[in-house]
Design a protein around this ligand. Structure first.
Ligand SMILES: Nc1ncnc2c1ncn2[C@@H]1O[C@H](COP(=O)(O)OP(=O)(O)O)[C@@H](O)[C@H]1O
Ligand SMILES: [Mg+2]
Ligand SMILES: [Zn+2]
Length: 501
């Protein structure tokens, strides 16, 4: 026997083997069992989810010599004939290629002829929405008074394009997309049966690309089996010429770093490798959307399908963005992707958009920023580094509070130390350890010795290490470090003094 494609080889032959459509096959097998099957049924749903398969199983079950609990026996001559597609009483019509009135007239003729006693004449019309208006009307005539022995099973991916007069005469069955998990299970099953090497991330990706269609999933696997040694995440990406989440993970790092050069360089790299800009942009939008889902702990097939390493990076990255930012980037990218259709200079559009995103996006919700500003008095923590991880940020505001305490303690008695502390910047902190960058102008007031003594005196459980900086902006303090300080100014004025050093 020659090679049979997986989609055919693994086509379910019994109701019980149809995956993911339990709600439908239960009703149908019960119907067969109780002899209550409607004359016209509409199987609607996306492609590759078992509509045709179920129609054939139903045909077998209805005409089986020996049905068991509504299931076909698969062994009698009728079951065999239907399986081999040579049964005269089961007629399959493809609505997409037999759209006309003649075909339906022909069907009407066939419908008239009685079958062997106890058997049904079963018409399976696929893609029913493709029929012409005349054909629909001819069909309607039969449906209005269907002969006792005739059963129609219509299938369509576009039920909204089936005229209402037909719809109203059918019992409708809505087939569902196959859940990712079920698809993976089926792929696993086929792999073991066919001795195909695979890893889990590879199968998950196949399932994701199949987007709920078991036929597509099975066909992809078929192709992979004939081209790749093993079904892996990378091999699937290679076969589809896809950029993977690893790539977008790295790409997103450039956004976090606000590094337009990194973005544009790797965009050029992508283009050099021949990727299409439109799908690049929409896939990137999708990655950012996944960050949103992860950040909000929304589990979907899309997040489920990410490999562990990718997910780890993604989780880290979500901390760098607010929800608003993520939504905004996704929207912008989606818009860009549709704008791309209408421009001659695709590269320019994308480059500019990426640069914009790198500059535009604030890392935090505005409320977070306000809360931070309220908490922070020391240095320029926020202004200088807007993309601070949440954890660090917590620590800084915490440490700021402890610092605040120290500063306040010293305010009355050791004003200059307090002031020097206030002007300093926390460079690094962990637990109760702080590294302070003190403006050099305060070298006399605040040095390692003074601060150590203070900590001891105040009986605080902290360690502070002092560093001096020479930054421009502190230089002015050399002349008058208290220029802006109303208290000092008042003091100077009232005592008619001046700062000498
Ligand atoms: N629900 C399902 N359970 C198991 N296999 C399925 C299912 N749906 C589709 N398949 C696989 O996909 C192939 C095509 O399915 P088919 O019934 O023709 O889909 P549809 O008519 O909905 O487009 C089948 O031969 C089978 O291999
Ligand atoms: Mg079909
Ligand atoms: Zn049978």
């Amino acid at each position: 026997m020659g090679y049979i494609v997986f989609a055919l080889k693994y086509r379910p032959q019994k109701f019980a083997d149809v995956l993911g459509q339990e709600h439908i096959v239960t009703v149908l097998s019960n119907g067969v069992n109780n002899n209550r099957i409607p004359h016209a049924m509409l199987f609607s749903g996306p492609r590759g989810v078992g509509k045709t398969t179920t129609a054939r199983i139903l045909a077998k079950a209805l005409n089986c010599d020996n049905p068991k609990q509504g299931e076909p026996c698969l062994e009698c001559s009728s079951c065999k004939a239907i399986m081999e597609g040579r049964d005269m009483d089961v007629i399959e019509i493809d609505g997409a290629s037999n759209r006309g009135i003649d075909e339906i007239r022909d069907l009407r003729e066939k419908a008239k002829y009685a079958t062997v006693k106890g058997r049904y004449k079963i018409f399976i019309i696929d893609e029913i929405h493709m029929l012409t208006k005349e054909a629909f009307n001819a069909l309607l005539k039969i449906l209005e008074e269907p002969p006792e022995h005739v059963i129609f099973i219509f299938a369509t991916t576009e039920p909204f394009n089936v005229i209402p007069t037909i719809l109203s005469r059918c019992q409708r069955f809505d087939f569902k997309r196959i859940p990712l998990k079920k698809t993976v299970e089926q792929l696993e099953y086929i792999c073991s049966a066919e001795n195909i090497d695979f890893d889990n991330d590879g199968l998950k990706l196949v399932a994701q690309l199949a987007d709920g269609s078991l036929r597509d999933a099975t066909s992809i696997l078929d192709q992979l089996a004939s081209t790749a040694e093993k079904v892996t995440y990378d091999n699937v990406n290679i076969m589809f010429g896809r950029l993977n989440d690893d790539f977008f993970g790295r790409f997103t790092e450039y956004i976090i770093e606000r590094n337009p050069k990194g973005l544009i360089d790797s965009l050029n790299d992508v283009m050099a490798r021949g990727y299409d800009l439109e799908s690049f942009v929409s896939e990137f939008a999708f990655y950012i959307h996944k960050l949103f889902l992860i950040k909000n702990k929304i589990e979907t097939e899309e997040t489920e399908v990410m490999s562990e390493t990718v997910k780890e990076l993604a989780i880290k990255q979500t901390k760098e963005f607010s929800n608003e930012s993520l939504m905004q980037i996704t929207t912008e990218l989606t818009e860009t992707s549709s704008k791309l259709k209408f421009t001659n200079n695709k590269k320019l559009l994308v480059e500019n958009e990426l640069a914009r995103i790198a500059y535009l996006i604030e890392s935090k919700d505005i409320n977070d920023i306000i809360a931070m500003i309220k908490n922070v008095n020391i240095g320029e923590i926020i202004k200088r580094k807007p993309l601070i991880e949440e954890k660090k940020e917590e620590k800084i505001s915490q440490s700021t509070n402890i610092m605040e305490k120290l500063i306040n303690l010293l305010k009355t008695k050791k004003f200059f130390i307090s002031e020097a502390l206030r002007m300093s910047k926390i460079r690094y902190t962990k637990d109760n350890y702080y590294e302070l960058e003190v403006p050099r102008a305060y070298i006399k007031d605040l040095n390692q010795k003074t601060i150590d003594e203070e900590i001891k005196e105040q009986n605080l459980d902290i360690e502070i290490k002092i560093f001096y900086n020479n930054e421009e902006k502190y230089n002015k303090f050399k002349t008058n470090p208290f220029e802006d300080n109303p208290l000092i100014n008042k003091l100077l004025k009232e005592t008619d003094s001046q700062i000498i050093e």
